[in-house]
Design a protein around this ligand. Structure first.
Ligand code: AMP
Length: 368
């Protein structure tokens, strides 16, 4: 039986491992925490002192036929030598590009995508020059290790400059504030020149964290969806990327601007588990196992809501109610901090209007 090695044992690693098993593969997972969600479903475990620990990563690679990753911040200098020795099938180039917001945007532009305005800032002078260029509001972001709104600050006036300057202890970029109509994402899996794409989702963030993915994207006409997918696939081919890639965009009228990418399964693709004929985790596994990819189709209009710590009461209540088409996934994390991702709920056969009419108030009333 083939063994898929997964670096990272969070919910994404767990869902990769679940699909791998359905395809007849075993999994080995590396994580730092003894109670990582993926450890409950994998066949072999490596508990590492850090994701930079070369010895632990090598142990995982050595027990695996093929290796993948569930997050992009694995130190490149540790992973690159292993990529020469073991079958890290996606390679590391997309990982490197996505680790640094500046490289990521330059790479997107080189691959034919458009970005909103951005400028590298390392000094207070560069920060002021950037603010003069974009005006207020604008957003300062750390180039590395930012996620879900961490490591970023919206500058609204001169009064925010002093705080912003303190953030320059790490390499940063300043971005123009994109006055988007909505956000959308595309998830693709490529095997050589063959690229499959999941239906475009419209994404709504709250507190900098994904709250809802709605499919089909309600505000986006079909021609624009087709164009977004075609441009994303062309980008992937041009870069020679293989395996899975998620791209998040800002949409302003018919302008589509690249925000960021992730060479791993993506939170906005969780809806594919029940909402599509095949899902992002399964297609990643098929790619890893050398199986032919399957073109996904949407089963019915679908809404995915993330369950954060504050939504646990609602999720448990939904489990009891068990409404038709509503699938509750809880990741088994022990500590439920208010803004921590604890699970997600996928509502298949639910339109945005139905969600707003019935479920929005349900979640609001049960929030803690
Ligand atoms: P990020 O981690 O960069 O994806 O940022 C998280 C969320 O903050 C995005 O999904 C947007 O909702 C918002 N955001 C980030 N960058 C910008 C920007 N340049 N303009 C407007 N909103 C942004």
């Amino acid at each position: 039986m083939a063994v898929i090695g997964i670096i990272g044992g969070g919910q994404l690693g767990m869902m990769i491992a679940q699909e791998a098993r359905l395809l007849g593969a075993e999994t080995a997972v590396l994580d730092l925490s003894e109670d990582a969600p993926a450890f409950s479903v994998c066949d072999r475990r490596v508990v590492a002192p850090s994701f930079a620990d070369a010895e632990s990563l090598e142990r995982l690679c050595a027990m695996s036929d093929v290796v993948t990753y569930e997050f992009e911040n694995i130190p490149a200098d540790v992973l690159a030598p292993l990529a020469g020795k073991y079958n890290i099938k996606q390679g590391v180039s997309q990982l490197l590009a996505s680790q640094d917001r500046l490289t990521e945007k330059r790479n997107a532009e080189a691959g034919g995508l458009r970005c909103g305005g951005y400028v590298k800032v390392d000094t207070p002078e560069e920060l002021r020059a950037g603010v003069a260029r974009f005006g207020y509001p604008c957003i300062l972001k750390s180039r590395r290790l930012g996620y879900d709104g961490h490591g970023q600050k919206v500058l609204r006036s001169e009064a925010d400059l002093a705080d912003a300057e303190r953030m320059l202890a790490v390499p940063s970029i300043l971005e123009e504030f994109v006055d988007f109509d909505y956000e959308a994402s595309v998830i693709m899996v490529a095997d050589g020149d063959n690229v499959i794409s999941f239906p475009v989702g419209q994404n709504i963030h709250r507190d900098g964290i994904l709250d809802l993915s709605i499919v089909p994207a309600p505000q986006m006409d079909e021609a624009l969806q087709r164009r977004m997918v075609a441009e994303s696939e062309a980008f992937m081919r041009r870069c020679g990327y293989e395996g899975i890639l998620a791209i998040e965009y800002f949409v302003c009228g018919d302008r589509v601007l690249f925000n960021e990418m992730a060479p791993r399964p993506h939170n906005s693709g969780h809806y594919t588990i029940e909402g599509c004929t095949t899902n992002q985790f399964r297609e990643l596994c098929r790619y890893l196992l050398g199986m032919p990819l399957e073109e996904p189709r949407l089963v019915a209009p679908t809404v995915m809501k993330n369950i954060l710590g504050r939504d646990m009461k609602a999720a448990e209540e939904l489990r009891r109610m068990a409404p038709e088409g509503v699938h509750v996934h809880l990741y088994g994390k022990s500590e439920a901090r208010r803004l921590r991702k604890m699970g997600h709920v996928t509502m298949v056969g639910v339109t945005p209007e139905e969600y707003r009419g019935r479920w929005e108030s349900f979640f609001a009333e049960n929030e803690c």
